[in-house]
Design a protein around this ligand. Structure first.
Ligand SMILES: Nc1ncnc2c1ncn2[C@@H]1O[C@H](COP(=O)(O)OP(=O)(O)OP(=O)(O)O)[C@@H](O)[C@H]1O
Length: 251
């Protein structure tokens, strides 16, 4: 459905990642983890077709539902219009959104509990509220591939739970392939089938999320001791272990 084969991206003379293979099919969810600056956004943008590969190949469908990491200020559009823009491919360059497009946008907002934002101006929303609206915009595309760059980074706990449940439902329908990056390993353990740990430019550890995300591998990834524990039923928490203060934990 979507994939990379021997892929690499360079910024100037510097390789951000190389020799990366990735295949994601329908009904599958892959989480990408790595420390700040390791290349998650670069990988996601390359996968979404927004950054050229310097080596390797990409295969992808025409339409992808994409949520960018940073959602800057924009011109003052109503949120419903921002969401309806997700239908651009269906509406066409010179077309106008139909009643059905607006209905689909409302449904997508309702799916993420964001209907209350419909008439508000996007540029006046908080960071988390914008993330919710942008998720609705990705959903309204109807795309079967969803690529989400840190979709929970600004969300409160209730909205994190909502996001996880929406992604869980999409994955469970067997039509969608979902890839998301996160700094919250417990989210990966909660809904991802697979995890990709970006350990280094040429070192990528990929496999079943539960198997790959061991305390040892996560400690290697982040350079600090990590504790992983079952907190309720199948829910796991992943926390940094502070040794004798924040500054001394990183190896
Ligand atoms: N436009 C650019 N030009 C040059 N270097 C860039 C550019 N954008 C990003 N980089 C560099 O590429 C590297 C990877 O950045 P990227 O944003 O992919 O990291 P990330 O893993 O998503 O980080 P974070 O967790 O902080 O969001 C970083 O060292 C960054 O400084």
């Amino acid at each position: 459905m979507i994939g990379l084969n021997g892929a690499g991206v360079r910024r100037g003379e510097r390789w951000i990642f190389r020799h990366l293979d990735l295949q994601l099919g329908p009904g599958r969810c892959l989480a990408v983890l790595g420390p700040n600056g390791r290349g998650k956004t670069t990988l996601i943008r390359a996968l979404a077709g927004l950054l050229p590969l310097a080596e390797g190949e990409r295969s992808a469908p025409q339409e992808i539902g994409y949520v960018a990491q940073s959602i800057g200020d924009s011109v003052p559009y109503r949120c419903l219009d921002v969401v309806v823009m997700g239908r651009a491919r269906r509406i066409g360059l010179f077309g106008s959104p139909s009643r059905a497009d607006y209905r689909a946008a409302e449904d997508a907002l309702a799916q993420v509990d964001g209907l209350r934002f419909a008439d508000r101006f996007f540029n006046r929303l908080s960071g988390g509220e914008r993330q919710i609206v942008m998720l609705a915009r990705a959903l309204v595309t109807g795309a079967e591939v969803l690529i989400l760059d840190e979709p929970a980074s600004a969300l409160d706990l209730a909205n994190q739970a909502l996001l996880l449940s929406v992604l869980h439902q999409l994955r469970a329908d067997g039509r969608h392939a979902i890839l998301f990056s996160t700094h919250l390993p417990q989210h990966a353990l909660c809904i991802a089938d697979e995890a990709l740990l970006m350990l280094g430019v040429e070192e990528h550890l990929q496999g079943a999320a539960d198997t790959v995300m061991t305390e040892a591998n996560l400690a290697r990834l982040y350079g600090i001791p990590i504790h992983r524990a079952r907190v309720a039923g199948t829910v796991e928490a992943v926390v940094p272990v502070f040794l004798d203060g924040v500054g001394t934990a990183r190896s």
